[in-house]
Write a protein that binds this ligand. Sequence first.
Ligand code: ADP
Ligand code: F6P
Length: 321
Amino acid sequence: MEQKTIGVLTSGGDAPGMNAAIRSVVRTALKKGFRVVGVQRGYNGLIHGELIEMNMRSVSDIIHRGGTMLYTARCPEFREMPGILRARDTCVKAGISGVVVIGGDGSFRGAADLSAQGIPCVGIPGTIDNDIACTEYTIGYDTAMNTAVEMIDKLRDTAQSHDRCSVVEVMGRRAGYIALNTGIACGATCIVVPEVEFTMDALLDKIKLAQQLGKHHFIILVAEGIGKVDEMSKQIEAATGIETRGTVLGHVQRGGNPTVRDRVVASQMGYRAVELLEQGIGNRVIAMQNSKIVDYDIQEALQIKKPFTVDLYKVADEISF
Ligand code: ADP
Ligand code: F6P
């Protein structure tokens, strides 16, 4: 019988743990008797035929590394039908009968489009933002939060020493999950996220009240989707008299060695993705629900709305004085 070939690619923003997922996909597939090719630079590599042969040793020594050994890219060409058809042609020419796509929502839309052209694709959620509705966990989230917490703890030392306020922006595109969780973990006085309405007046009142209760230094966590840390800092300083500095943590949150959680979840999800392709099942996305690995139809997954953890926000709010 002809040996089947599986492709694996990473797409969108890199996330710690993507390498662990690649490793799991490659080794699971080889063990099941597939030939495996790595596609470089996301959908670009599929369009332009950037393929590399993978063996058991190709994925040695990567489980603990951040970034992605396959490189990643955003590929506008793949959003249009000619790009998708060129990618399909690459797959047909290389004998690729299924592709594992590690990325976020955008990458899954691409995976659905390619599945519709006869190349079954399975998505694995890899993004630090944890903003994919069908899954309670995305690969890279835990590492990014731990990195952010480490950085904010350092900022706290200065805020404490100078009796200052530190306004910190964390990543998360349009989602406040990183901000909320790191905010709790760092003892932030206020957490500003796109999912919860906020006014500058309420934020200033909260700082003033905490001041009256004897607080000398303050951390304000702001999600990327809100932004404006410098402007906010100026307003806080003007209204409260507290010396205030703004910091944007930025891309440090995307790098670094993945945590245990990211390595384990990536390994589990990679394994499940190959199991689906082995059965000829495509147009699916792997997810975690109630700590179990499950899978969804991609279109269904993209329709789901992710509820914000308002209970957690309330806890953060009430213990932050
Ligand atoms: P993420 O996967 O992290 O959400 P992007 O939204 O940037 O990141 O998407 C990654 C890539 O997926 C895009 O550069 C593009 O190649 C592909 N993609 C995104 N949206 C679509 C779409 N609607 N149709 C087809 N491909 C898409
Ligand atoms: O989706 C991950 C993420 O880091 C977001 O938090 C952020 O908005 C975006 O990617 C930044 O992307 P870029 O790689 O273009 O800077």
